[in-house]
Write a protein that binds this ligand. Structure first.
Ligand code: AMP
Ligand code: MG
Length: 408
């Protein structure tokens, strides 16, 4: 059995970034930048008014109230033809270039229009106030987004603002998903006695999509050598083949031997993790192969911990790991497995603390308990017990960000 850390290191070592491609900005969400993006110009590109009001010389209103003569107006999108001289002001709108000579903008609320083209400025203003000078945010040539950044909406705004409308991103990994098990039937059918619906297929495919993969589902394969071999072979042109079930020690767990016969080699076949000790990672030709345990929680947790980083790394993401937070336990957590365990919990941020309510779970089959969790409390192999009030590291899952406001 390898440790979780060693297993992850092997996964990352074997997951080399795929070639880059160009995509349209509109298709770039969640893609990973393959190169640094530089500013093509200063931002802002001119001295920009940050308020509606009057552009003026701060020294002219130091002894406010002061009267200035209005020598023109400038709106956003217009280049100012005039300059601002002593005791002059220009009416200006937010986003407009500040005319030469002016060094501050006094917001309209502190001004009063008088007759004869005069304006009264009611208060003093500091030099530079309400002006964003050219290049104060970014200088032309600066790196505005680094290689390896996964593109979120804020990053798309940056790309747009520097004119990078066809960013170079890592190719999406093509991932084939095969679900195995004689007892497993499609979720649309009514299971006969002794059958169960396929829940791993939809869950794992969805996890992989969230990690940026293009997923092809290969359907369901029975626990029989020839049929399994034929189904697995359909995944050998994918970048990654993910198999659910059939990797534990049962008489009909045939995924490992059938993969070996097909020419695969394995880096590891068991990991000291709970849930999910049987976890196969190998390679067949250019295809990386994961064999996930069939137990629904084990399949989801191992997919989260190992397949997701693999897929992000293939796209070039740096670093491809989810953050860990230190949480305060509201109830005890045990771990007598001798492996690194992951206990489902609901974590809520309250008054600057992260409070974790461990959830009752009947184990690696309890997919309903798992779906209530928004985090996994990590108990290292040597830590058999954590009391209420102690802290522990936790992996925050996507659902952590959807807080329902309930008390923890
Ligand atoms: P296995 O890893 O094949 O030994 O399966 C372990 C447990 O997970 C068994 O109880 C299976 O019935 C269950 N299981 C396997 N595949 C799936 C699946 N696709 N969806 C839901 N449960 C599954
Ligand atoms: Mg099975």
């Amino acid at each position: 059995m390898v440790t979780v850390e060693d297993a992850l290191a092997v996964v990352l070592r074997e997951s080399l970034p795929l070639p880059a491609e160009e995509v349209a900005l509109a298709d770039a969400l969640q893609r990973v930048l393959a190169e640094d993006v530089h500013a093509d110009a200063d931002l802002p590109p001119f001295d920009r008014a940050a308020m509606d009001g009057y552009a003026l010389r701060a020294e002219d209103v130091a002894l406010a109230p002061a009267r200035l003569s209005v020598v023109g107006g400038v709106r956003a999108g217009e280049w100012p033809a005039m300059t601002v001289g002593p005791h002059q002001a220009v009416r200006i709108m937010t986003g407009a270039p500040v005319p030469g000579g002016a060094n501050a903008v006094q917001p309209v609320e502190t001004t009063r229009t008088l007759a004869d083209g005069l304006v009264e400025i009611a208060g003093a203003v500091a030099p530079g106030a309400n002006v964003a000078p050219r290049g104060c945010e970014v200088r032309r040539g600066d790196v505005v987004l680094p290689r390896g950044r996964r593109l979120d909406p804020a990053a798309l705004a940056v790309l747009a603002s520097v004119g990078c409308v066809r960013p170079r991103v890592g190719r999406r990994p093509r991932v084939a998903v095969l679900v195995t098990g004689d007892e497993v039937v499609d979720a649309a059918s009514t299971p006969a006695p002794a059958q169960i619906r396929n829940s791993n297929g939809p869950a794992v495919a969805a996890q992989l999509r969230l990690a940026g993969a293009e997923v092809a589902t290969l359907g369901l394969a029975p626990d029989r050598r020839e049929a399994l071999a034929a189904a697995l072979a359909r995944g050998f042109d994918a970048d990654v083949l993910v198999v659910s079930g059939g990797v534990s020690a049962g008489d009909y767990d045939l995924v490992e031997p059938v993969l070996l016969e097909a020419g695969a080699s394995f880096f590891f076949t068991r990991v000291a993790i709970k849930p999910g000790a049987p976890l196969v990672f190998g390679r067949r030709g250019a295809t990386l192969v994961f064999g996930l345990p069939g137990n629904p929680v084990s399949a989801q947790v191992t997919s989260e911990l190992f397949v997701r980083p693999c897929l992000l790394r293939l796209q070039g993401a740096l670093p491809p790991l989810r953050p860990r937070a230190t949480v305060e336990l509201l109830a005890p957590v045990g771990n007598r497995s001798g492996r690194t365990s992951h206990a489902p919990a609901l974590v809520r941020a309250r008054e600057g603390r992260l409070l974790a309510r461990p959830l009752r779970s009947l184990g690696s089959g309890d997919l309903v308990a798992h779906a209530r969790a928004n985090a996994l409390v990590v108990m290292e192999a040597g830590r058999s017990h954590a009391a209420a009030g102690e802290t522990a590291p936790a992996l925050l899952l996507d659902s952590f960000l959807e807080d329902d406001g309930e008390p923890p």
